[in-house]
Design a protein around this ligand. Structure first.
Ligand code: ASP
Length: 414
């Protein structure tokens, strides 16, 4: 896509978000007639994910040329993710301790039973389950369920293995290189429909919530919790920008180029569905192919800064509502488990709400507390997903710079 087209699409998506909010606000449930437009856009994006992620990661890893070279970029990428997730959790914990949003919030019977229903459906996922979920016994089943983590894991192993078989592997690498190029072209085509898709995706949940006034009434019941999460996310987004400038050596032009991905994340509430667009934007910006093909798919599955921050805030909010005083060591446990829970959360709408049970059970908080947050979760999900994708995009820029600095830069054939 040419730069001019990309800019036109960006302005159109910005307008779509504003108009979508207005339409959902005024038309309420009547706006659901356009829901299919959002579903169509979402389906089109999801259609590309599996072939794209397999092709991108395999060709990205194979481009290293030698499996022994996987260590440094892989290790650096994971280190970057751990550091920024830790910063996010810390910002969340400071915000929730300072603002104390749980003070004076009432628990209703409906919220308690709604929370119990979520806890039941989550089926007691724990830290060990997250580790186990990396290796799938059935890749096809994982693909069907859009569980990307085991697919990324397999693609990394496959990409590494193919470099060890010499000449025999060349045609395989070439195939996945071409497949990647083809999929990126399809993503470029889908992007032309993104303004309409984002408009519908923004308008319909607000309409479903009963329109503007009904939504405001719901939010005000837990208003200071919503504010705490939004303040925390904003601060973290600014910190990420500082990292982008100081370490990634890029600035506003990068933000402008990935803005289409950020707005799509806001519309879809899914970092997995947004991944193809994030890859397209960073590719167009001129990041090295390896940062795009290796760092981003890994990031979209394990790096969720916004989710980690939200999980920490939500856990402490529940503690405050239930009058449980969490000591410093309890809060450190919250920080560690929120990091794990964010890694384990799938890049799909409201996945973080389910993995939050890990955090709650680690410090003995009642699972039914989640019920307090359910009514506003779809709304906060959009903001945290945007920060998740921003974290991935900044990560790709940082890794791009770091890998070039270390002279690991090997050109791809394509
Ligand atoms: N919706 C988020 C994402 O896709 C995950 C979550 O926090 O629920 O990144």
């Amino acid at each position: 896509m040419s730069h001019k087209h990309a800019m036109i699409i960006l302005y159109l998506i910005c307008a779509s978000v504003v108009l979508g909010l207005l339409a959902g606000w005024y038309f309420g449930e009547d706006i659901l007639v356009i829901e299919w437009m959002g579903t169509l856009f979402l389906n089109a994006l999801k259609m590309t994910i599996i072939p794209l992620i397999m092709a991108a990661v395999i060709s990205g890893v194979a481009s290293l040329g030698d499996v022994r070279k996987l260590g440094r970029p892989g290790g650096l990428t994971m280190l970057y993710y751990m550091i920024t997730t830790f910063i996010a959790v810390t910002i969340g914990l400071v915000a929730v301790n300072v603002i104390q949003p749980g003070e004076g919030v009432e628990r209703s019977i409906e919220s308690v039973s709604a929370g119990l229903a979520v806890a039941d459906s989550a089926g007691g996922q724990g830290v060990v389950d997250i580790v186990l979920s990396m290796v799938s016994p059935n890749l096809v089943a994982s693909a069907v369920d859009l569980q990307l983590l085991p697919l990324v894991f397999f693609a990394v192993v496959f990409g590494a293995a193919v470099t060890t078989i010499g000449k025999q592997g060349e045609s395989v690498i070439e195939f996945f290189d071409s497949l990647n190029g083809t999929m990126m072209t399809i993503v470029g085509w889908i992007m032309y429909f993104s303004p309409l898709g984002v408009f519908a995706l923004v308008a319909t949940p607000l309409g479903e919530a009963g329109g503007g006034p009904a939504f405001i009434a719901t939010v005000s019941a837990v208003g200071s919790y919503v504010m705490t999460v939004l303040i925390g996310l904003s601060v973290h987004a600014v910190v990420l920008f500082a990292i982008l400038v100081l370490v990634g050596r890029r600035g506003l032009s990068y933000l402008k180029d990935v803005a289409r991905a950020l707005l799509t994340a806001f519309g879809t509430a899914s970092s997995s569905a947004t991944l193809p667009i994030t890859m397209e934007c960073t590719h167009e910006h001129g990041l090295h192919e390896r940062s795009v093909r290796f760092v981003l798919p890994l990031g979209s599955t394990v790096n969720m800064n916004g989710t980690a921050l939200y999980e920490a805030v939500a856990a402490l909010f529940i503690a405050q509502v239930y009058g449980v005083d969490l000591s410093l060591s309890d809060q450190i446990i919250v920080a560690l488990t929120a990091t794990m829970a964010a890694i384990g959360a799938a890049g799909i709408p409201q996945a973080g709400q389910v993995t939050m049970l890990i955090v709650l059970s680690a410090v003995g908080l009642p699972a039914e507390g989640i019920g307090l947050l359910l009514s506003v979760d779809w709304f906060l999900d959009r903001f945290r997903t945007t920060v998740n994708v921003w974290g991935d995009a900044v990560g790709a820029a940082v890794m791009n710079k770091t890998m070039i600095m270390h002279g690991d830069n090997i050109e791809l054939k394509a």
